[in-house]
Design a protein. Sequence first.
Length: 431
Amino acid sequence: MLNTTLGYIEKDGKYLMLHRTKKKNDINHEKWIGIGGKMETGESVLSCMQRECKEETGYDWHDPKLRAIITFNFQKKENDPLFSELMFLFTGHEISGQQKECDEGELVWIPKEEIANLPLWEGDHLFFEQLEKDQELFYMRLDYIGDRLIFASYNEKTILKKEGKEKNMNESQQFIQLIERLIECDPIEAIGLGGSRATNLADAHSDYDLYIYLNQDLPLAEREQVFEGLFQIIEYDNQFWEREDDGIFLDGIPIDILYRNIEDFDKALETTLLYHQAQNAYTTCLWNNLKNTKILFDRHGKLKKLQTKYNISYPIQLKENIIQRHRALLFDGLPNYADQLKKALLRNDMPAINHRAAAFAETYFDLLFALNETSHPGEKRMMNETQKLENVPEHFVEDLTSLFQHLFIDPNQAIKDLEQLKTQMKKLLNE
């Protein structure tokens, strides 16, 4: 059994993460992990952690604390030989020295609330969850076949178990064929995978979010040829949001194929991140999408260059612009969503209530992500995502829940809920 160390240095609510991009034949390629490595003969666990930290980051680490002992069991494919690793997991705060460039990848300080959105090993999500709530030494076992976690235990209690022969959700044969065919199309500059499949959180109900970056148009006739024999059904050129083809593979897995001109995509990001232009909602969603895209093909390295270009801290001017715009939209401007929603409630205008409540909510959440200097992860599970943020209004979950519950059954209470949300948000903004 191989013995290794893994460490996460914490500072200002962030962990120092290593994006593994530089080594060839790296099992961790394109994933985000901590720092660490193999123990040398005769070396103690603690001295290994401190040596690896110095070699990879340039820092002297003074207070590494052992938090977990994790057993990894790994098979590349079903029925392949079993490889086992015993990993000692450390966290700590006290470092000195200057950060240096790492020859294994890029070192980045990542806010804790953004780590779950990175391309991690599936089991890493489990031990990060325990690190946040368990201050005692804990034990885990994580069994993998390829990238797929098939078993996990915490302090010898099973917390996840899948059949070893269960279909790997990352290896749809039609999806693999699709990628192979798309790579042969000259107009395609890059291909990226987004959503839960890019972050190893896919389940039996997960679809594919595939982003095709073009240098010129990919004609319909060529797409039809590429897609032939792969789909039960396919719809071409849906343009409800972005331009996309939507289909269901022969094996029943849905896919959204979105087409973007790579130069236009860059300009859109520049507008937000370099020129700090706020939008009515979802201001930084494209940025979050880019950061969490798993690159499957990159003909000239342009998509990777975009990820590097926009691997930046949250722009303070953008934060201020979003706060100013959304504060006016929510409460202070003429008109504002809160007042419009009150009018709709008093009129019992149900379509207008629904419309204004949705506009209010999406603006409210966009403001919270900006206030916390966190890129917007998208429209799903917003209540859960904002609960991970540090700077939020008091009792905002209870207040929002109350508002949603009363919108169509108790207009007077819904108006009181709006006033409470306004009071708490302004209190937070004025602190």
